[in-house]
Design a protein around this ligand. Structure first.
Ligand SMILES: C[S@@+](CC[C@H](N)C(=O)[O-])C[C@H]1O[C@@H](n2cnc3c(N)ncnc32)[C@H](O)[C@@H]1O
Length: 340
């Protein structure tokens, strides 16, 4: 399938099951909040629309702006969410770009923002873009057709040390150097074109004992290339900052991440929002005067229970973190008076 808004049959079946769905619906609930009746949510990673569909069904006044970098998967979400009519607005593009320019779109501040990071089962199983090492597909891995870099471009053109760094930095692959060496050796004779070819090169490059572990030995290499092609980590921090900035006072921001690199960015940023003082540890009294701007809604990160992991294995590594933006004192007082 080529990338674009290809025809999507009205009775297609979604292949991706939304993770931590009940937890998202609870932690990011507009119910009981001051904004409940005109709540606006941004689903920054709409995918096939699984989370959005559940939010629109459960919270019947909610409106959603659904973003995705990938027009092809968004075409599926459009079909799935058609019944909700004008309650959903779609936008194709990178979430960091959209959020940084949010107010130029004349939208009001959102009350709820959800990120469900990474790629969808759709990408692995149906996109035909080489995300999965078991498929004989072109090594593309771009979420957005406008991106220049492809996975084939990286494996065929990056110098060996840079390739090893990518594989190590974005996936903690202990055999990154061996793998990069094998790739650069192979490409001397012919360009590496397909996902299956790359998987075989990695398989041959690693020690035999690594081939019989719990995961395919190319899993980490494929994760690293996907993150590099789509600049996933580089986009995350600026997107979180913009998301918190545009969020309405009292609004909630939730992020589901799938690996420790992403989760560290989310955890550290949320911690900084929820902390009063950021003076260096040796300071006898606070000189920064900083006041926290958010509260954490879950004590730690929320993970999937056994039953969900059994029913939906990709949920195994999911972690949800949620913060609420504090209202300033005047707004909180007004709200309290109106409740009384
Ligand atoms: C895990 S899937 C979301 C699944 C969705 N919650 C559902 O229930 O169907 C992540 C989606 O985010 C999109 N995505 C990843 N990074 C993005 C970014 N920086 N900007 C916009 N979309 C992105 C991917 O194309 C993918 O469709």
């Amino acid at each position: 399938m080529g990338m674009g808004e290809d025809f999507v049959s009205e009775d297609y079946l979604p292949v991706h099951r939304p993770v931590l769905l009940a937890e998202c619906l609870n932690y990011l609930s507009p119910a009981g909040e001051a904004y409940a009746h005109e709540a606006l949510m941004i689903d920054c990673t709409l995918g096939e629309g699984g989370h959005s569909e559940a939010f629109l069904t459960k919270y019947t006044d909610l409106r959603i702006i659904g973003l995705d970098a990938d027009p092809e998967i968004q075409a599926r979400a459009k079909v799935r969410l058609a019944a909700f009519g004008s309650r959903v607005t779609f936008h194709t593009g990178w979430f960091n770009d959209f959020l940084a320019n949010y107010f130029s779109g004349n939208y009001p501040p959102p009350n709820l923002i959800l990120f469900d990071l990474g790629v969808s089962v759709y990408h692995y199983e149906l996109s035909g873009r080489g995300f999965s090492f078991s498929a004989d597909e072109n090594l593309d891995m771009r979420l957005n057709p406008l991106s220049e870099a492809t996975a084939a471009g990286l494996v065929n053109r990056l110098p060996e040390t840079e390739l090893a760094d990518v594989i190590f930095r974005f996936a903690d692959e202990q055999y990154s150097r061996r793998i990069a060496r094998a790739i650069t050796e192979r490409r001397k004779s012919a360009a590496i074109r397909t996902a299956a070819e790359l998987a075989e090169i990695v398989y041959q490059a690693v020690p035999a004992v690594y081939r019989h572990g719990g995961i395919h030995p190319a899993t980490r290499t494929f994760q690293a290339l996907r993150i590099a092609v789509n600049a996933e980590l580089a986009r995350l921090f600026p997107a979180l900052q913009s998301a918190f900035e545009i969020l309405s006072p009292g609004g909630k921001l939730g992020v589901i991440s799938f690996h420790s690199l992403e989760d560290r960015v989310v955890k550290n940023y949320f911690r900084s929002l929820c902390r009063d003082c950021v003076c260096p540890p040796g300071e006898p009294i606070c000189i920064c005067g900083r006041k926290r701007v958010a509260e954490g809604l879950a004590k730690k990160s929320v993970t999937a229970g056994e039953a969900e992991v059994r029913a939906n294995p990709p949920s195994r590594s999911a972690r949800l973190r949620v913060v609420r933006k504090l209202e300033n004192e005047n707004a909180a007082r007004k709200r309290f008076a109106s409740i009384k």
